[in-house]
Design a binder for this molecule. Structure first.
Ligand code: CTP
Length: 395
């Protein structure tokens, strides 16, 4: 996703510096051109050769290194950069950046960079909370830098508190959000439902299905990367939600319905990927227990759950797009086209559960996009790519 993008990582003297090797590796796997600039102090914590091996680029440490064309290099790199992240950022370097001091390769290059600049402070809690550091961070924010809040926890110095650099996965997510996609959904509100609803039979048993929430997660993530404000209504899922989306946890179809309806009016797009159980026990769980005590519980009476997608279709607001999913084992196209009309949806994403690489739990999917304009079958691809195609079509 980062092909053709230049990422500059500025690494300063903190024990967390070693974690940036992981970050560099994650970025390289996304095909980014990764360039690392270290302060002299950082080189005490991790060897520049580690970064050179991982990125295939020379790791820059000192402006006046005689082995390289540095005088122009710092300007060239600053011009090429699509993003500049300083992580871990020490109090010293934060102070220098906030006050325009450029006395080494890192601070000189960032002063020349016009791309988005992100700073991840990492230091002892007392230093982090010091008003001087806080003022410098405010200053950087005013200059357009994005400051990534440090995590709290046990610090290398033995103290516990704020000042820990977030894990590389978190820093990676910040970079992806900033540069991975064109922001063609900026200002749009999107709600996605995901996972399997659960209907309690009694305190032990419940009715559910195999949905893992992967497709919903991929859609939420794609919309977030494209700049949308995303709400993910998660029923039972087996995947972590993406960062930078609002997550609402629900369990039953009734809870999902309430959560979706309460936010429906403000949405530009609503996508129901959740596998909503069609039926639920008609007696509440405590009633069931009473019956058990009376020895009359052998039959579970069921009633239909509310069809949330149909409700949304019937109450669609001007310009809103509604998309549903359809899991079929036979007559996929006919059944799905019928759902498009019956539920007044703008798109039904149909998949045939009998096809290998499609449906529940897999990382890939094989789907057909059905709109009133016709059907478009997509080949087997990763759920993240399927998500991109669905959103391309919807917007
Ligand atoms: N759906 C819903 N509320 C329900 C059942 C389904 O909102 N009570 C949504 C699903 O999230 C999905 C779409 O409707 O986006 C189609 O779901 P599916 O189970 O395939 O279809 P049903 O309408 O339940 O019809 P059937 O089970 O007969 O195929």
């Amino acid at each position: 996703m980062l092909k053709g993008k230049t990422v500059v990582l500025g690494v300063t003297g903190s024990i967390a510096a070693y974690k940036i090797a992981n970050l560099a590796s994650m970025l390289v796997k996304q095909h980014a051109d990764v360039n690392v600039i270290m302060t002299h102090n950082a080189a005490n914590f991790i060897n520049p050769i580690t970064f050179e091996t991982l990125t295939g680029n020379k790791c820059l440490v000192d402006t006046f290194d005689r082995n390289f064309q540095f005088n122009v290099e710092h300007v060239a790199l600053a011009k090429r950069a699509d993003i500049f992240m300083v992580a871990p950022a020490s109090a010293n370097v934060i102070g220098k950046m906030a006050n325009g001091i450029a006395d080494d390769m890192l601070t000189t290059t960032i002063l020349a960079a016009k791309c988005p600049k992100l700073v991840s402070p990492a230091m002892n809690t007392n230093m982090y909370e010091n008003q001087i550091v806080q003022d410098n961070l405010k200053k950087l924010e005013n200059y357009g830098f994005e400051i990534i809040d440090p995590a709290s926890g046990y610090l290398a110095c033995g103290d516990t508190g704020a000042g820990k650099m977030p894990e590389p996965e978190t820093l990676f997510a910040y970079i992806m959000r900033t540069i991975a996609c064109k922001k063609d959904m900026q200002g749009k509100h999107v709600l996605v439902t995901a996972g399997a609803t659960m209907e309690k039979i009694d305190p032990v048993r419940f009715i559910t299905n195999h949905s893992t929430g992967k497709m919903g997660k991929a859609l939420a993530e794609n919309c977030m990367l494209r700049g949308a404000k995303v709400t993910l209504v998660n029923a039972s899922v087996s995947v972590e939600p993406p960062m930078f989306v609002d997550v609402v946890k629900v369990s039953s179809a009734a809870e999902m319905s309430e959560a979706v309806k309460s936010k429906a009016d403000e949405q530009d797009i609503i996508i129901m990927t959740a596998a909503v159980a069609d039926f639920r026990p008609s007696h509440p769980a405590d009633e069931k227990i009473k019956k058990k005590d009376q020895g009359t519980d052998s039959i579970i009476e069921l009633e239909r759950t509310e069809d949330i997608l149909a409700y949304l279709g019937a109450h669609k607001k001007e310009g809103q797009k509604i998309c549903g999913f359809s899991m079929e084992t036979e007559n996929m196209l006919d059944n799905s086209k019928a759902k498009l009309a019956k539920k007044n949806a703008d798109m039904i994403v149909a998949n045939n559960l009998k096809v290998a690489g499609a449906g529940f739990g897999t990382d890939t999917n094989v789907v057909t996009l059905i709109t009133k304009n016709g059907c478009r079958q997509l080949e087997k691809m990763d759920k993240s790519e399927v998500a991109e195609k669905i959103m391309d079509e919807l917007i």
